[in-house]
Design a protein around this ligand. Structure first.
Ligand code: AHG
Ligand code: MN
Ligand code: MN
Length: 355
């Protein structure tokens, strides 16, 4: 029986290259995407080898001297990771355009290339020296005849592939080609091997992820949702919750893909955070594609992330994603009409919305 990717019976431990070879043979028009994913896999295996050295590779977490276009101080590893991905994609005949957190502008790599790739080359930069999970996030679109901007300034629902490499206790590539989410673990020889049946997110959860130090800056719908979680069994939700916050989007995403949960990086009242902190094109959109493919949901509180069209390369968006019951409840909180209803003593106390 074909698996979720429309492939023949899936083999655990199968090398990524063999998996991509079967996928591209299963239908026409898949060669360019398969070659692009293979190039990204080579680049991320190279980055993983560097990350694994830690301080032996030099002060990877030290400032590289400049700030990137979004104003973040670039760490050495941000630059090295960006260089590794750019080198691999330049060598790949399939890639026409390259967008990156670490680049001011979209790069044109190859006339006639069929794909456009947006990356966060190193996600979780504040954790590099803390030896906690960091990663590389990627998003693949068909190259548009309208050129570079037409290739990236479009709804995330037009992605043909997305995923991330996570450099953690084990390193892995988590990938969707539009029919489910597969995980490939990096083995000691540097090969990615398929490790799991498709990843899926449970509908409900009692675990949320948010940077609670920003509590005083949050807007009311988020504060009310979190207040209710903190009130636990004695509060309107009549059950206790747990909290995790890794400050690495890839780490929090991997946990949610592995056991469920809901992640929030909302808009807040700090200057520059009117749309939160995360970038739509190379963080929110690829993560949203993965999450929806795994049965979860991703929104900015009002709009589905995959329906949003970026107006600029580094445009930010509020981001809420994970277990669909919790995402639905947070959307309820944001819908003005129902916000008051949810908060009214009747609904609040009786917890009619027990999601
Ligand atoms: P990056 O290192 O690519 O800038 O991403 C960091 C992001 C994301 O990984 C994480 O969820 C968030 O920043 C953490 O933000 P705070 O440091 O404000 O908690
Ligand atoms: Mn990031
Ligand atoms: Mn980054």
């Amino acid at each position: 029986m074909a698996g979720a990717t429309g492939l023949l019976p899936e083999a655990a431990g199968e090398e990524l290259d063999a998996y991509l070879a079967r996928w591209r043979q299963a239908a026409a028009g898949r060669d360019a995407v398969a070659e692009t994913i293979a190039a990204l896999a080579r680049a991320t295996a190279e980055i993983a080898a560097l990350v694994r050295l830690g301080p032996l590779a030099g002060a990877l977490g030290a400032a590289a001297g400049a700030a990137n276009a979004d104003g973040d101080i670039q760490k050495k590893l941000d630059v090295l990771a960006n260089d590794a991905v750019l080198k691999a994609l330049r060598a790949c005949e399939a890639v026409a355009y390259f967008a990156s957190e670490e680049e001011e502008e979209i790069q044109s790599l190859r006339a006639g290339g069929a794909c456009a790739v947006a990356v966060d080359p190193l996600d979780g930069s504040s954790n590099i020296d803390a030896n906690t999970s960091i990663g590389t996030i990627f998003s693949v679109y068909p190259a548009s005849p309208d050129g570079a901007t037409g290739s990236f300034f479009r709804p995330g629902s037009e992605q043909v592939a997305a995923g991330y490499a996570i450099y953690g206790p084990f390193s892995a590539l988590v990938l969707t080609l539009g029919a489910g989410v597969d995980m490939f673990v990096l083995d000691p020889s540097g090969l990615y091997r398929r490790a799991d049946a498709h990843m899926s997110i449970p509908r409900s959860t009692r675990e949320y992820a948010i940077n609670a130090s920003n509590y005083r800056y949050w807007l009311e719908p988020v504060r009310d949702f979190i207040d209710d979680c903190i009130a636990g069994a004695e509060g309107p939700r009549a059950k206790d919750f747990n909290m995790r916050w890794l400050a690495s989007l890839v780490g929090d995403t991997h946990r949610i893909l592995s056991r469920g949960g809901v992640f929030l990086y909302p808009a807040d009242k700090r200057p520059g955070y009117e749309r939160g902190r995360l970038r739509l094109m190379y963080e929110a959109a690829p993560i949203a594609f993965l999450v929806e493919q795994a049965g979860g949901d991703a929104t900015d509180g009002l709009t589905r992330i995959l329906d949003k069209v970026p107006g600029a390369l580094h445009e930010r968006t509020p981001l809420v994603f994970g277990s669909s019951d919790k995402v639905a409840r947070i959307v309820e909180h944001h819908a003005d009409s129902s916000h008051a209803r949810i908060r009214s003593p009747l609904f609040g106390k009786r917890g009619l919305f027990r999601a």
